[in-house]
Design a protein around this ligand. Sequence first.
Ligand SMILES: [Zn+2]
Length: 685
Amino acid sequence: MTDAAANPLLSPSPLPFSLPDYPSIRPAHYLPAFEHAFAVHRAEIDAIATSADRPSFENTLVALERSGELLGQIARTFYTVSSADATSEIQEIDEHLAPLMSAHQDAVTLDSRLYARVAEVYAERERLGLTGEDLHLVERTYREMTNAGAGLDDADKTVLTELNQQLSVLTTTFEKNLLADTNDLAVVFDDAADLDGLTEGELSAAARNAADRGLDGKFVITLTLFTGHPYLSSLTSRDSRKRLMDASRSRGRRGNDNDNRDVLTEIVRLRSERARVLGYESHSAYVTADETAGSPEAVHELLRRLAVPAAENASHEQAALQAIIDGDGDGFALEAHDWAFYTERVRAARYDLDRTALRPWFEAERVLTDGVFRAATELYGITFVERPDLPAYHSGARVFEVRNEDGSHLGLYILDLYTRDSKRGGAWMNSIVSQSALRGTAPIVVNNLNVPQPAPGSPTLLTLDEVTTLFHEFGHALHGLFATVTYPHFAGTAVFRDFVEFPSQVNEMWIFWPEILTAYARHVDTDEPLPADVVDRLRASESFNQGFATSEYLAASWIDQAWHSLDADEAASEMDVDGFEATALADIGLDNPAVPTRYSSTYFAHIFSGGYSAGYYSYIWSEVLDADTVEWFRENGGLTRANGDRFRQRLLGVGGSKDPLEAYRDFRGRDARIEPLLERRGLTG
Ligand SMILES: [Zn+2]
């Protein structure tokens, strides 16, 4: 038992800007702190729910927004670590915590007394003269509580709470299995010759991975979350490519302790059961009802509309790749693990371009400072000062202070670039503190990537995909940093899931913006800018692989929809995961074996342990807005302070505090058009 007074999670941080005092926090501090914070929050909720005063906006909605601050703070402090540095001790806490957290949240959200008070203010909202963010707060809180089941009778609520608890345990298990299988399946190569095509830096990183695992003299390639590993584009050995892809695709389906097949079918079953209790036909119907999409039908219509031309484009690309194989006289049929490699051959032949040779132009520090940060300075006037004196949760996570143009403090930005075994796969942004005028808080946001650590003393040279990921995640970070809302409910990325990818995607547009590119894409040894003709060919070549890229993404989105569109009876029947996936992909015409889904179910963390269940479609849904916005920036002179300010004030800053499509109209002057997206992805037919 830890004494509250001695628990750093329970006293204000001594560090500036409310940065959690990670160096003083021990894993043993978390559970006692959570227990204390649950009790504090319950007492706050009880006080609101049992108030003798008539429900008012102030004593109900505002009081709710003030409540739970300690719990939220501890939770964000913990989940930052459990995703980026989940040691076995932290994983154990996470597993223990999951059902407690779920039970606590349900106790608050499903509290009938609280719901009755919120409903009363909601019914009176016009008479009370509520407007703007206040009105939106009442509407959203009422809607969210209703969606969560606050209006159900007690018997149904008991069922619901039970389902939520089981789900929280299963999704944590899914994540844990995936992390374990990803580490176990790292591919061991005996001979450097098997890894021909990798750069010297990549090879020495693989040698170091092996040494770390006690396999001196060998080479270990660790897996990424994607089906297709980035090294597939450069490995010349077919056999090595196949080993890497087979390892990636076998995660979670090997019949061992880490098998995720039963875990995920059980998740699907419980989610569909929960949807039924809540009055929806399927989990997808339940989820999309409260997104900008509105219904599964709207989502399915978009996915089907895009799948047909995307699959057709992919088959044209496939023919071009096969032609190269045939031209080599090798006489084999292209398989999935060959795709990326021969795509580079086409790029070399058609566009005279070797993407792997570009990496010396993408030195990580330069990309960050003269690319990502610089674009933000030009657009929004903000500046960045590294604060090595401020410690984060891991020595690899760097803290930057972000200042407004007038020098005032805006927030903290933490960048955790490198991969490690304790970090989950992929890349993401999360908040440690969210902005709120009510609470007087300034944001602290984190970006995580999984870039391989370079050999000691060598610079980190990024791939173009990693550059893109950094700009993308930083777009989420800006969304968090620029929040200017009253209520924490609405800060930054607290928007609809099928809207949240839009600002991050827009931020990718600056990667190739001439004055930004010239500033950051400089050769690590010679400082030469990336030659203009290379840039032109790079851009032209990007369109070559769009059929594949769109297809593999749509396939994953469709698998997500297929699982989550099952009704409770369908989901309760015996389910063969591989067969189910195959049938779903055939149904939408994305069953080309050379173009596998970006994630297969057993390692599809977004939908079985992350927050994207029935929502993986969000990326392309948001991209409609993204492509339309990129067009707006181009029409209006691009990288200017005026454009940045408009985007910041009308869109990024408002977060979830108003209807997102209304915010979009306010920024754009009209609704989004789909044509820019179709053109960008070559889907105009
Ligand atoms: Zn994103």
